[in-house]
Design a protein around this ligand. Structure first.
Ligand code: ADP
Ligand code: MG
Ligand code: MG
Ligand code: MG
Length: 417
């Protein structure tokens, strides 16, 4: 990529600069001077514009050569846009209808023009508002099972699979962010960390002195860095999901790389559990008992749905280099194929608990906090919610091999004091 020719867009230059593109004119109208441009501005890393024309609207997302949240002192390569684009293309094929449609990609300018999702809202926001979305459990189960299965050696042809492994291996800097911010920084006094203080100081000291927890976190980091199993989204939290009552879409896969099956699933479930623990900070307009019950039900339905779809794909689309049917079904050994499936699912379950526990910790102790807790204004109340989440995270990360199923994990969440 030629960094010299890169120029960040703004609301004034977007029309003149992109006005010649047929992909935009077809959707917005032929007169760029009539386009209205607004910056969305709630992401951490990139520029996102909503462009409205007489005929319709599109989103223009552009990477910057640095982290938007922090500024130019933290450089970050433009190529993350390339990985986002290529991941969206693969996800569209593997999980049809679950990502925004892509209209245009410009590698030089690190920009993606895509479908404007409307009236969708960010799932995290909806959960903070106490909305019970009816479709998320089933839709996200399908999204994860399909993208994770179909991006792996269970499904892909080996040449294409290895080419993708090589392609995404270059997403080094975004992996590096996760490796440090998620798996290491929360467990020592790293410079960019913050937590609700002084309320959580004692618990934070305890967690940082917790040998079993640090070993668990580093074990999960080891798996994150070394196990190139499938093309993961890499940032699948509730801020990367946009919803209506009837539709669920996954956005923002710039952290995609070849990693472990369990990473996306663990990160998503961590975010549902954090929503669960944050609910008592959002009870100004009535208690959130029903919301809490809804969130635990979402976890259970989403995990069951994931297992069901992954198992269906295992039985019908297992055409890659692993667990070949010639060794099992074609010899009449259906039980062997089911036994292997059970082992693979068991490993995903154990690992996802590890990833979930660590993700919960980093959102409360690290650099990037989430609005579920941050919007609780009273620091004592916020700390109470965060403390429960931290203890739960510790428990599921350290005891991940001993929790049998989502009912047990949810029962633990409900018991945390
Ligand atoms: P970042 O990588 O900086 O986090 P995101 O891709 O998450 O950027 O986008 C930031 C925000 O822009 C989202 O939270 C959402 O509000 C809005 N947004 C992004 N993509 C779309 C889309 N396709 N349709 C509607 N809004 C979108
Ligand atoms: Mg985002
Ligand atoms: Mg965002
Ligand atoms: Mg992003």
């Amino acid at each position: 990529m030629d960094a010299a020719s890169f120029e960040a867009l703004n609301a004034e230059t977007l029309g003149p600069r992109l006005g010649g593109l047929e992909a935009l004119r077809a959707r917005l109208g032929d007169d760029p001077s009539a386009w209205r441009v607004r910056e969305v501005g709630d992401g951490n890393l990139n520029l996102v514009f909503i462009v409205d024309g007489d005929k319709g609207s599109v989103i223009v997302k552009q990477a910057l050569p640095y982290v938007r949240l922090v500024g130019e002192s933290w450089p970050l390569p433009l190529k993350r846009s390339f990985f986002e684009y290529h991941t969206l293309a693969r996800q569209a094929a593997r999980a049809p209808g679950q990502v925004p449609e892509i209209f245009h990609f410009d590698e030089q300018q690190a920009l993606i023009v895509m479908e404007f999702l409307s009236p969708h809202v960010i799932l995290r926001r909806a959960l903070i508002d106490g909305r019970m979305l009816p479709r998320i459990a089933d839709d996200l189960a399908l999204f994860m099972a399909r993208t994770l299965f179909r991006g792996s050696d269970l499904s892909m042809q080996t040449r294409e699979r290895k080419a993708d492994l090589a392609l995404f291996a270059d997403n080094v800097e975004l992996c590096d962010i996760t490796e440090n911010l998620v798996f290491s920084d929360p467990y020592f006094d790293a410079e960019m960390n913050s937590h609700t203080s002084p309320q959580l100081d004692g618990l934070v000291a305890q967690l940082r002195a917790d040998r079993d927890l640090k070993v668990a976190a580093q074990r999960m980091k080891h798996i994150f860095a070394a196990r190139a199993e499938t093309l993961v989204h890499g940032d699948l939290h509730t801020g990367s999901i946009m919803v209506t009552e009837t539709d669920t879409r996954v956005i923002d896969p710039e952290f995609a790389y070849y990693g472990p099956m369990a990473f996306d699933v663990g990160m998503l479930f961590a975010n549902f559990w954090m929503s669960y623990f944050s609910q008592s900070g959002h009870e100004q307009e009535g208690n959130r008992d029903a919301m809490r019950a809804y969130l635990l039900d979402v976890q259970e339905r989403c995990w069951n749905g994931f297992v069901a779809e992954f198992s269906r794909l295992w039985r019908t689309e297992r055409n890659g280099i692993l667990y070949q049917k010639s060794l099992f079904e074609e010899q009449g050994d259906h039980l062997g194929a089911e036994q292997a499936l059970g082992e693979v699912l068991r490993e995903i379950w154990v690992d996802l608990l590890g990833f979930a526990g660590i993700e919960i910790h980093r959102r409360i102790l690290g650099l990037a906090h989430n609005a579920d807790f941050e919007t609780i204004e009273d620091p004592d109340m916020r700390a109470q919610c965060e403390a429960k989440a931290l203890k739960f995270g510790r428990q599921i990360a350290v005891n991940r091999a001993h929790l049998n199923g989502m009912k047990e994990a949810n029962a633990l969440a409900a018991l945390i004091e």
